[in-house]
Structure formats: C-alpha cells, structure tokens
Design a protein around this ligand. Sequence first.
Ligand SMILES: [Fe+2]
Ligand SMILES: [Fe+2]
Length: 492
Amino acid sequence: MAQETQRPVGKYTDEDKKTLSKTIEELFIRFTSALKTAQIFEPNNVAFIQQLKPLYFLIQSLLKSLGKAILQFRGNALFFNTIRIKVDFHSYQRFKFLVAEFKEKEIEAIEFEPDLSADDLARFIVIFAKSRERRLKAFEDFEREMEAQGIKNISLEKLHPFDPNLRMTPDEVKRSCKKVFLKSIIHLQEVMEREKKQEKLQFKTTRRLIQTIINLISFDESFMLGMTNIKNYEEYTLNHSINVTILALCFGRRLGLEKNELVELGMSAFFHDIGKLDVPLEVLNKKGKLDDREWEIMQEHPRRGLTKLVLLQDLSYFPIRALSVALEHHVWANHKGYPQSWKKKELNLFSKIAKICDVFDAITTKRIYRDFSFTREQALSMMLEKSGDEYDPLLLKIFANMIGVYPVGTLVALNTGEIGVVVETNPEEALMLRPKIKLVTDKQKEKIDGEIVDLAEKDPETDQFKRTVVNTLDPEKYGIDISDYFLIQAIG
Ligand SMILES: [Fe+2]
Ligand SMILES: [Fe+2]
C-alpha cells in the first residue's frame, strides 16, 4: 500500500497567518510586477529576468515550508493557499489588476507544484501576460497554450460559471445538474476505454467535472442527491461510480471538508471501482450466485484498482488518497470485509466515506443477479443494523441524517390519499418528517403531473399541517420510475 503523502490541507493558525503575511504580500507584489513587466518587455529582457528570479525563489521557499503554493481568486478576494491576501490603499491597484486578469482568463486558481523550474515560471508568466496579444480568449485556449509550451509544474483551476458569486436560476441549476451527471457518465466511459488501451487518462477533465458537481451541490443539494436515483443497471459500474461520487461529495460537505479536499474525495469516489475493469463481464454480470473462484476474482478488484492507479503515468493531478479508497472501500470498520489480509490500521477517512456511499447506492439499485432493490429507507435501516461492525458509527449517523428519514426520491403516501415523490428534505431537524413532495397521483390515485408541495405548510385556519406522510411505498408496485421526476425537471 502506498504511504500517505498527502499535502497539508491549508489550515493555518492565526500565528501562522501573522508570520506568513509579509511573505505572502511580497509574493503578491512580485507576481503582479513580473506580469506587468512581461506585458511590456520581451522574455529575454534583463528587466523581466530580474523580476523573475526573486519571484521564483520566493515560490520555492514557500513550497518547501508549506508543501503547496496556490494563488486563488474566490469570492472577490485573493488567497495564497487558504490565507487571504490583505489589500490596503497602497496595494489596491495591484489587487484590481490581478483580479481582472484572473476573471478575464476564467482562472480560479494557479497551483505551483514542487518540481517547478524557473523556466516553467518564465514561460507561464509570458503566456499569462501576453494572452491578449496571442488571442487566447478562453480558459481552454490558455491551458492548451501552456501544454503546447510544455509547462508542466503549474496547473490551473477554472473559474466556474457556477461560482457562488454568480447567480443561477433554480431551473438553470437543475439543467446543469442533469448535464454534469450525463457528462460524468460519458467521461468515465472514456476513462475506462483509455485505461483498457493503456492511454493517458484525462484527470483535468475529471477534476473539472467534480468541481462543477461541488458547485451545483452548493446551489441545490437535494436535486443533486435526487440525480442518484437514476439507476441504469445495464451500465451499473458507470452509473454507480457517479452516484457514489455525488453521495460522497454531499457527505463530505456535511463533514465540513474544504473545497480542495472535496475535489480529492470526489476523484477518489469516481475511481473507486476502476479495478472492476479487470473482472470478466461473465462474473460481473452473472445472474446466479458467484462460485468460490468467481467470488475470489471479484474480491480482487480493490487490489487491481490500486495497481491501475499506481501505474498511471501522470499522478500530478491525481490525489494520493484515491489509492487508499480504491484498496479499502470494501474493508469494514471492524477490519473484516476484503482484501482480507487487512492489518488493523486505521482506515482512511475517505475510504470510510466511500464504503458507506458505495453500499447505499449498491443496495438501492436493481442488479442483473437480483431483480429487486431496496428502497432508500430500507437501505438505511439495514445499514444502521451493522453500524460499528461494517460502518464507522459516527459517519453512518451523519450520513443517515443527510439522507433524511424520507430520503430524496422516496415514494410516499399522504394522509390526503395523494402519492408523491420526495424532492427535497427539510433541513430543520424538528421538521425532518416534513419534506417537499412532488405529487404524482391525486386523491383517487389517478396519475397526475402534480405540483410540488411543502409538508411543513399549515392550514392558516386550523393551524394543522395540510399534508402528512402516512407511509412509504415501493415505486415498482405503483409502476413509477422515480428518476423520471428528476430528469423531467431538468429537461432543457
Ligand atoms: Fe468496489
Ligand atoms: Fe463500488
């Protein structure tokens, strides 16, 4: 098992911030000066070279002491790692200049990686400064130019149009949720095809999709969670991996992970079952019970996954923690499960998260060998019975809370006689039993394309709740496909 070499996540004490503030201010000044100089002079000009040297040494020393160096634009402020760059009267013009540059190039963050060379930095500054001249309009042009110039140790994050600073209508969010869901499935399919041919994988694309999912979750968590009701059991591994990614990201957000950690968690979930590529289809899709040999092959997939990820040519965009998740996502909290020779060491937090999301999605999906699936409510109660043995008890509790008593996608009967699908859970604990429901039948059980009603709503005259859930129903018995309600809302 590869050792954990993850980078520090960027949590600094007030003391650290104080000590670092001068150096960060210097970096900010040197970076903007180098850009301005490069806009005027040619790359071989002495003035430019003189500007560049101290900037390069400064970045190197920060990389050595902090392990990472990320310049980021977020919420109309600039950050170095997670430390906000202070702006005063003297630095305001520089600040405005740099913010305009980030916005124009649609860049959210620039990460300088440990192997950064002075040459990488010089070429990057020149492209950055001369982008207008070179007609690099969009972020993608800019990134392509960096690749063409062979700049290796600087990576960019795109400033996302779904950045919380920007506004989107609820319909636009829903449409984007559907788009990113489908795009992720297509991308994972491509990843798998490339992997089979042993071609380089496109991690940048994966990262970007995951960032989009994170942004959309911050807009409409319920709807994004609702997308995990889409179950295409013929393409089980693809669909399952995306569902696990969404569940893990919503979960990670509840746990208060920072955005860069969420991206790593999403990447880990996205690739958790990559080892299944080595499991023959006749085993993967076998209708009956697996025999001993087949079960052995199946249990190999975590190790196979780990090997595949270790052998990737380009790990610079890939989180090390994803290796742990690929290997550990079937190991139980009590160290049972598989791979069996598991030493009793603490499991990675991301593996414990993936384990919960993995089982939840698996048992709520119909499979070729099992022509029924459990409802989300049944799945949760089955999992809670194994809390502490199979799952980390605290994490499972938080997960159960996130999914809610009536998870998004549950079909419920109401005291009015109507039937509806839960489309949004109620965030208030006291109102957990009162989610928002899309009505799918009227009181006479005739199918309708009904409105969305809020079960927390009271009748002003009687002060009684207008509607209450009586019990949950099996969608199949009613011939209802839950995923329709999420896809129909997202058509566009
Ligand atoms: Fe798995
Ligand atoms: Fe899985």
